[in-house]
Design a protein around this ligand. Structure first.
Ligand code: 3BY
Ligand code: FES
Ligand code: FE
Length: 410
């Protein structure tokens, strides 16, 4: 029996421009390393802040082995904590979300304030110092309505992302939005396959009949080269947006961990609907036109998003096991929009419900093929799959430097 290769070996042997070696998509070791080196160290998009608009509203998230709770305090601030009681470690809150004036552990009712302070612990004796048993904080930042968390002791710098994201999402007025619908599905595929699939539209024509009514599968729409280098159609759109002070031009992290750009939909379509028209009567924020297109924002490893004039769709992925990924999609609309009057929920959600299901199928079939011992890494199309190349290069770069550093320190 040959020894299974380590993640560092697998990454060292990968051929740039080709899909990854099989075990990086299937193995427990690769997932453990991905969690340790990426998911537990990077900022992870968690929720839109409008999901917890009031004091005491909370949402929970399972990030690998870390249960996390995100809660809005009495001061209006959003904070995140390890969702673990400081008494004997009970998970404090099992629900996906809700509202509570205090955080009360269900086991022995230790009671925490919304800022994490331990307020009450019954019969703990004279010398008990409650100030030592506050909830452990998780780094948390609310960037104009997009809440990110990081479970690392020291989180990576987020200034550049925050500055750009603030400008690009501000016109969508996420603070004045509400969650109209939320969907969580489990895709039977490694998280990297889910993200790879999202980063290209090579598959769109064959898989996404409803999305393709409004989103062009021209690869130039999905991957642009820079703020002044894109298709003439996109450049024209950017000129129009510039004139209206609507941030639109391509911006990216130097290592492509994130990217933002506002692109036009096909034939002046307004939204991702079957009719191509807006799904919500009331536009969000200050976006000036119905045909302002989609501001697309992705952030590795966990998120891609579309900010349209009438609604926004935020996506979060989290690995569940080596070959299972949870994909959560939330449709946001103006908080004053009334279902049935200003929008029809089915018309709002059908295109991306279909698209998610179509993507789930291709990801699951991709995983099934890769599980075969006959699988060998195949070449990406530089024209069609440049975004996938950005993803795997980012992944391999970060993993090899972090695994490499670890070895050097040992
Ligand atoms: O989901 C995305 O962000 C884009 C649009 C359609 C497919 N994908 C490349
Ligand atoms: Fe939470 Fe005992 S474990 S109160
Ligand atoms: Fe797709």
């Amino acid at each position: 029996m040959t020894q299974p290769s380590s993640t560092a070996d697998l990454i060292a042997m990968r051929q740039p421009g080709f899909s990854l070696p099989r075990d990086l998509y299937c193995g427990q070791q690769a997932l453990s390393d991905d969690l340790e080196q990426i998911w537990y160290r990077e900022w992870i998009f968690a929720i839109p802040s409008c999901e917890i608009p009031k004091t005491g509203n909370f949402a929970t998230l399972q990030l690998g082995q870390y249960p996390v709770i995100i809660v809005r305090g009495a001061d209006g601030r959003i904070r995140a904590f390890h969702n673990v009681c400081r008494h004997r470690g009970q998970r404090l809150c099992a629900k996906a979300g809700g509202s509570s004036p205090k955080l009360v552990c269900p086991y022995h009712q230790w009671t925490y304030d919304l800022d994490g302070k331990l307020l009450y612990a019954r019969d703990m004796g004279e010398g008990f110092d409650a100030s030592k048993y506050g909830l452990k904080p998780v780094h948390c930042i609310d960037i104009k309505g997009m809440v990110f968390v990081c479970v690392a002791k020291v989180p990576p710098a987020i200034n550049e992302l925050a500055q750009n994201l603030m400008r690009y999402v501000a016109p969508s007025g996420l603070e004045d939005a509400k969650v109209a619908f939320s969907q969580t599905i489990i895709e039977k595929g490694n998280w990297k396959l889910v993200m790879e699939n999202n980063r290209e539209c090579y598959h769109c024509g064959g898989s996404h009949p409803s999305l393709c009514r409004t989103y062009s599968d021209d690869p130039l729409m999905t991957v642009m080269e820079g703020p002044n280098s894109a298709s003439s159609e996109i450049l024209q759109h950017w000129d129009r947006c510039d004139a209206a002070n609507l941030p639109a031009r391509f911006v990216n992290a130097p290592d492509m961990q994130w990217r933002m750009a506002r692109v036009p939909l096909m034939d002046n379509a307004e939204s991702f609907t079957m009719s191509t028209k807006a799904a919500v009567a009331q536009r969000m924020g200050t976006i000036p036109w119905n045909d302002a297109g989609s501001m697309m924002f992705y952030h590795f490893p966990s998120s891609w998003n579309h900010f349209l004039p009438d609604h926004a769709i935020v996506f979060r992925i989290v690995p569940i096991s080596p070959m299972e990924t949870e994909v959560t999609t939330k449709w946001l609309v103006h908080k004053d929009a009334v279902e049935g009057r200003d929008y029809d929920l089915q018309k709002l959600t059908e295109v991306w419900i279909n698209t998610n299901d179509e993507d789930r199928q291709v990801v699951e079939e991709n995983q099934a093929g890769i599980l075969s011992p006959a699988y060998e890494p195949g070449p990406y199309s530089a024209t069609q799959e440049a975004g996938v190349i950005h993803l795997v290069d980012w992944y391999c770069g970060i993993m090899s430097s972090r695994l490499g550093l670890k070895t050097a320190a040992e």
